[in-house]
Unconditional design. Sequence first.
Length: 107
Amino acid sequence: MNTKQRFSVYWFDPEPSRGAELRKIRPCVVVSPDEMNEALRTVLVVPLTSTVKAWPFRVNISLMGRVSSVACDQLRAIDASRLKARIGDLSAKDSAAILAVLQTMFS
């Protein structure tokens, strides 16, 4: 099995999407723990968007020379096969900021 790494960024296709879900092929961050990624065929991801807003459930990062917003409010479980090319890895600072937002959302 090709295990996906936590806090790695991949291209993924969210289609089919509905309603207010983010559309089109875009980067996403794998947020599920590595142990879960090794055991299951699904991963938890949060998509990135170029629409940067100062919302408490979004984390702004710099990736590939562009500022993007990690849309923690769009967290979703997907089949790992939906993940395409690996783009890179987040910094420890950005990873910690995402975990903090997710923890706040679910506490």
